[in-house]
Every structure is written in structure tokens, then in C-alpha cells.
Design a protein around this ligand. Structure first.
Ligand code: HEM
Length: 252
């Protein structure tokens, strides 16, 4: 099981397998841990027990509840099935399964992303959340669209590159929770009362709407380049010095 696209040395393969296993297990853990309470228990009960963001959403209008549940369910599906798509044996030996799971994944990203965009203006982190989660939602859907278009036009290498970028954004659901835990723990010497704990969470939540996904995207681009896949470039090298005047994002 690996993310490989070209013949690789055994040590690189082992590292790739360890990486894939970590990503698959942590995605499974967060999909189960973060989603299960919302699909098994009513929001007002979760709010009473102080679970997740239930308190922030309990008294919101019906359309927000609809977006919240659509987002959680679709996000959970994307996180569960996404890692399977990077399992090389499955891609090569069961192409039909890869295609079917891919369609489920893309529909989940579309629903989860549109719902996340609807939640961004009412999110509990205010303007930082609006900007961070809103940008993430747009990039999540856009990279999925680029990956879909690439494979429809038969460009397998661009498809792989866009789907690595896209899953690095799906994985923000995991890194958001890891960063929040690390940043709250880093403030533990100052946490004495419940109010301190709330303040520590609020401090952490002021940066995680961006911290959850920007490093993931940088790492995804490193992986794309290491695997010799078409990398993003800011300036078109073929256009010479004049190219600097029309800065654009494309594929190398
Ligand atoms: C990658 C794009 C994603 C974006 C832009 C996004 C955006 C959001 C937003 C705006 C909220 C409300 C946050 C708040 O009010 O503070 C939220 C909550 C939530 N999201 Fe996502 N999300 C994404 C991916 C995912 C995925 C893949 C999952 C799968 C587990 C997921 C699961 C949840 C859950 C369970 C909540 C409720 C909050 C909690 O109790 O932790 N999200 N998301």
C-alpha cells in the first residue's frame, strides 16, 4: 500500500507505506471520533454534555442545522474513503472499485465543501474562521474539480497531483484537531480554572482555521514534486521575462 506513482527504492517505499498507514488510521480515528456523537445523539443533548461545537449550533436556524449535519456526514465519508484511493494495489488491480470509490469521494467533497461554505459565515471562530474555513472550503471543492477534470481528459499524472492536494485538505479535519490539542496543551501551565480552559481553546481556535490546512498543502506540493508529478508554478517559464508581467498559476 503506497502513494507511489513511479518505481521507487525500497527505503522510500517503506517510508511511503508508514506514511499511508498513519494517514489512513488517523483519518479513520477522526471520522469515528468526531462524527459518531452527532449521528447518534440529538444536538441539544450533546450541547448539555459540552460535546464538540454542539453548544454553538444548538440554537441556530434550521438551514444551519441542515448544513451542519450535511457537512459532518459528507466530511466523514470523504475522510473514511479518501485514503483507499492512494492504495496502489487497489488502483491497479481493481480499477472499477477505484472509480466507484472516487465518485463517492468527489460527491462527498462537493456536499461537504458547499455545506462548509454555508457554515463559514456563522462559524464559532468569527472572522478568522470565516476567512480560514471559507478559503479551505473553496480550495477543497476547486482541487476536487481539477482532479476530476484531469482524469476525464485522460491526464492521469495531473489527476494524481490534484488528488494529493485535495486529500491534504480533507486531512485538515485531522490536523485541526491535532493542532488544537497541541496548542491547548502548550497553555496548560496557565490553565487553572474552567474559564482558563475556555480561553486556551479560544486562543488556539484563533489560528487553527489556517494552521489546519496551509502546512498540509505545502507538504502535498513537496510530495507532488518528489513523485515527479506536474507541480504548481507561479510563472510560466516558457513565456520568458514577459511572463513575469502575467503571473499565473498553472501546471509545470
Ligand atoms: C476540508 C474542508 C473542511 C472545511 C472547510 C470544514 C469547515 C467546517 C466548519 C466551518 C465547521 C464549523 C466550525 C465552527 O463553527 O467553529 C466545521 C465543523 C465540523 N466539521 Fe468540518 N470542514 C472540513 C472538513 C471536514 C471533514 C473532512 C470532516 C470529517 C470528519 C469534518 C467534520 C466536522 C465536524 C465533526 C464538525 C463539528 C465540529 C466538532 O464538533 O468538532 N470537517 N467544519
Amino acid at each position: 500500500m503506497s502513494l507511489d506513482v513511479a518505481p521507487r527504492r525500497p527505503r522510500t517505499r517503506t517510508r511511503s507505506r508508514i506514511g499511508w498507514t498513519w494517514v489512513a488510521l488517523s483519518s479513520l480515528a477522526i471520522a469515528v471520533y468526531a462524527v459518531t456523537p452527532y449521528v447518534t445523539t440529538p444536538l441539544h443533548e450533546l450541547a448539555g454534555d459540552g460535546v464538540g461545537l454542539a453548544g454553538a449550533y444548538e440554537n441556530q436556524p434550521a438551514w444551519v442545522h441542515a448544513a451542519f449535519y450535511a457537512h459532518i456526514a459528507a466530511g466523514g465519508v470523504a475522510l473514511l474513503v479518501g485514503p483507499l484511493q492512494f492504495w496502489r494495489a487497489l488502483r491497479e488491480r481493481a480499477r472499477a472499485v477505484h472509480r466507484a470509490v472516487g465518485r463517492v469521494y468527489l460527491v462527498a467533497v462537493l456536499i461537504g465543501g458547499v455545506a462548509a461554505l454555508a457554515l463559514a459565515p456563522v462559524n464559532s471562530a468569527g472572522m478568522v474562521g470565516f476567512a480560514g474555513f471559507g478559503t479551505l472550503a473553496v480550495l477543497w471543492v476547486w482541487t476536487a474539480w481539477r482532479g476530476y477534470r484531469a482524469i476525464r481528459s485522460g491526464d492521469v499524472r495531473s489527476h494524481q497531483a490534484w488528488m494529493i492536494r485535495n486529500f491534504s485538505l480533507t486531512y485538515a479535519a485531522v490536523t485541526l484537531r491535532l493542532w488544537t490539542g497541541v496548542l491547548v496543551a502548550a497553555q496548560s501551565p496557565w490553565i487553572v480554572t474552567g474559564a482558563d480552559a475556555d480561553a486556551a481553546f479560544t486562543n488556539a481556535y484563533a489560528v487553527v482555521p489556517f494552521l489546519a490546512w496551509i502546512p498540509n498543502l505545502v507538504l502535498a506540493e513537496v510530495l507532488v514534486r518528489r513523485r515527479g508529478l506536474p507541480a504548481l508554478r507561479i510563472v510560466d517559464p516558457a513565456s520568458g521575462p514577459a511572463g513575469y508581467a502575467r503571473t499565473e498559476v498553472g501546471e509545470g
